[in-house]
Design a protein around this ligand. Structure first.
Ligand SMILES: [Fe+2]
Length: 378
């Protein structure tokens, strides 16, 4: 399968990965379904940026998810139910925390059982279900980071719980501010900056929430150089859960479609995190992060530095910037279908990936690649 921007989708293509509905409750479209013009229009209306479709010669490419799609659908719906309780009750009950903890434990089980190591943020995300899928993704990435740091199982459950509730204080921020389309004013931002404290306030009376979870929620917007909020803590004075959450939270937010901007591509968001290493983010955590996420997810089409287009077929945790690729056009590098291992092939040491083709200016190139005759197989 290959990943294409929605603008390159054509009637007759076959969907290779299911897409969940905006409310996260059911599958909007099942894999195997043939696309029609009305379906493509519906996906675009739901602001789905891209989809996985079947393409002759790419059957062996199957990006795996850390959380299987059906489980993800179920977990997102459960998080949504929990959040609806948070919204309607003035305080968070012990039973609501217990329900959230059960979801957290399930996510930890999935992460610890995973076969695939890298996290692919090019997974299709429903724009409207942002809050719930964001909580889930932040939780998955936080658990992966914490697990790499050797943190024990009990604490992994705690960080998962912390990630699921990190923005709980936003429940108490007026909707006109938190739901505003576009930039906020200085005074509105001052109100938004109270959400870590408001979250802790809501949970403080729950005796079944550990201090580490409260500290994590309180400090997820602190920055290593002291320029964050609410307290401007620096370096190791920022609790470890807060430092982990900061990386996971920003990475998922950047790679998600928001009302005021398109989702960043995974490689762009990784670059942002790396650039913020030691100013915004903890350097050691960024180093671990660099081995856990796909910069160029399997199935996406990339432009190589030499100019030709290629399909990403395999990622390596040793170096997420140098996957194995397959040429999708004849070029000076070789014939269509030839594979180049950017990590292992000595001859490819000067070759780099320039960009992910993602629509916009690249639309014509992508169209010519994905809409070529089926017999021109890879
Ligand atoms: Fe936050």
């Amino acid at each position: 399968m290959i990943y294409i921007p929605i603008t390159s989708a054509r009637s007759g293509m076959v969907l290779a990965k299911s897409i969940s509905a905006p409310n996260g409750m059911f599958a909007l479209l099942q894999s195997g379904e043939e696309l029609t013009d009305p379906i493509i229009e519906k996906l675009a209306a739901h602001r789905i940026d891209g989809i996985y479709v079947e393409m002759y010669g790419s059957d062996d490419i199957e990006p795996k998810s850390i959380i299987p799609p059906e489980k993800k659908l179920k977990l997102t719906a459960e998080i949504r139910d929990i959040y609806s309780k948070y919204y309607t009750q003035p305080y968070i009950s012990r039973s609501a925390v217990e329900s959230t903890r059960r979801i957290a434990e399930t996510i930890v089980d999935c992460v610890l059982d995973r076969e695939e190591y890298l996290m692919n943020m090019m997974e299709i995300k429903g724009y409207d279900s942002y809050t719930y899928s964001h909580c889930l993704n932040v939780s998955v990435l936080s658990i992966m980071l914490a697990s790499e740091m050797g943190i024990n199982r009990n604490k992994l459950d705690d960080i998962a719980l912390c990630a699921l509730m990190h923005d709980i204080g936003k429940v108490d921020i007026p909707i006109e501010i938190i739901g505003k389309n576009g930039p906020v004013t200085e005074s509105e931002f001052a109100v938004i900056k109270t959400h870590p404290e408001k979250g802790v306030e809501r949970l403080r009376k729950c005796h079944n929430v550990s201090r580490e979870v409260l500290y994590g929620i309180q400090s997820h917007h602190e920055k290593i150089d002291g320029s964050g909020y609410p307290y401007g803590y620096k370096g190791v004075h920022i609790p470890i859960f807060g430092r982990i959450l900061a990386v996971a939270d920003v990475y998922d937010a950047l790679t998600s479609h928001r009302s005021y901007r398109k989702a960043w591509l995974p490689n762009e968001a990784i670059e942002y995190i790396v650039a913020g290493s030691d100013s915004h983010f903890d350097q050691e955590i960024v180093q671990l992060f660099m081995h856990l996420v796909c910069a160029y997810p399997e199935g996406c089409i990339v432009r190589l530095s030499e100019g030709s287009s290629a399909l990403v077929v395999k990622n390596y945790s040793e170096n997420v910037l140098r996957p194995k690729v397959r040429l999708i056009e004849d070029s000076t590098l070789g014939h269509r279908g030839m594979e180049i291992d950017l990590l292992e092939d000595y001859d490819a040491s000067n070759l780099t990936i320039k960009s992910i083709l993602s629509g916009g200016d690249d639309s014509a190139s992508i169209d010519s690649i994905v809409n070529q005759p089926a017999n021109k197989h890879l």
